[in-house]
Design a protein around this ligand. Structure first.
Ligand SMILES: C[S@@+](CC[C@H](N)C(=O)[O-])C[C@H]1O[C@@H](n2cnc3c(N)ncnc32)[C@H](O)[C@@H]1O
Length: 249
């Protein structure tokens, strides 16, 4: 990611509709599938500037974050997070079977992840048998926009692709679905407009101030929590995947 994107993320992620709505969706999935035991351990792989760790992930166990960017970890420390490691998802510096849950939100699509299958194989290695991984990824290569330039997108995904990746890395998919569906038409219109009138220089979606619509957008996205966790949605801007490491792996 471009360095300024970390600062932007740090500034907006505790109030921006997208983060708050995704928190509701993530909680709905974890509340349904991850029964946090007293000593549950969670790895947030690609923790960024630490919002998920410092807010809701702590409800699901003792959270450790790794990120490949010293800048990101610096922002995590500003949130008083200490259980942190400078490391890549490609080589996770923990022994096998160290965690009950590995989360990775919008990380595996990045150019700094040369091989997403290898990263998932690492997630499986550090998980305990029956442990869960929860992924969030951007959807559809054809939806690439200016934002993808600032965040260094290597690839965007479909549900069948993510399902295959999980199976190829030895996971049992539990739920793989699209999300951010209800606002999809607006995002599509934005992407099309960007193609006709490209903003210069490459701009980040996070810098778009939606003002009073922030609360409305948050509620619209959050209202997907039930569908994403219980049924699945047929299309959307993100792919969300929950998968289990088999007992016998
Ligand atoms: C879009 S941000 C998402 C951050 C956070 N997970 C969130 O949801 O806010 C992507 C993060 O992945 C990190 N990242 C990229 N490649 C990585 C790699 N190979 N290993 C670990 N982290 C990586 C980036 O430094 C960045 O912090």
């Amino acid at each position: 990611m471009e360095p300024q994107e970390y600062e932007l993320m740090f500034e907006v992620e505790t109030a921006h509709w997208w983060y708050l709505g995704m928190e509701k969706i993530t909680r709905a999935i974890l509340d349904q599938w991850h029964s946090a035991k007293p000593n549950s351990t969670v790895l947030d792989a690609g923790c960024g500037t630490g919002a998920a760790m410092s807010t809701y992930l702590a409800d699901y166990g003792d959270v450790t974050g790794i990120d490949v960017s010293p800048l990101a970890l610096g922002f995590c420390r500003k949130r008083n997070l200490t259980s942190l490691g400078l490391a890549s998802v490609s080589y996770i510096p923990f022994p096998p079977a160290s965690f009950d849950l590995v989360t990775s939100f919008d990380v595996l699509y990045e150019q700094a992840v040369p091989n997403d299958l290898a990263a998932l194989t690492e997630f499986r290695r550090v998980l305990r048998p029956n442990g869960l991984t929860l992924l969030r990824l951007p959807a559809y290569n054809w939806l690439r926009g200016q934002h993808d330039l600032t965040i260094h997108t290597a690839r965007r995904y479909t549900v069948p692709q993510v399902t295959r990746l999980l199976e190829d890395s030895g996971f049992q998919p539990v739920r793989v679905t699209y999300a951010n569906t209800f606002l999809f038409p607006l995002a599509l219109a934005k992407r099309l407009l960007e193609r006709i009138f490209p903003p210069a220089p490459a701009s980040s979606d996070l810098s778009v101030n939606v003002g009073r619509l922030n609360g409305l957008f948050k509620h619209i996205l959050a209202s997907e929590a039930f569908f994403v966790s219980r049924i699945g949605l047929p299309f959307g801007l993100s792919v969300i995947a929950l998968a289990r490491k088999p007992q016998t792996a």
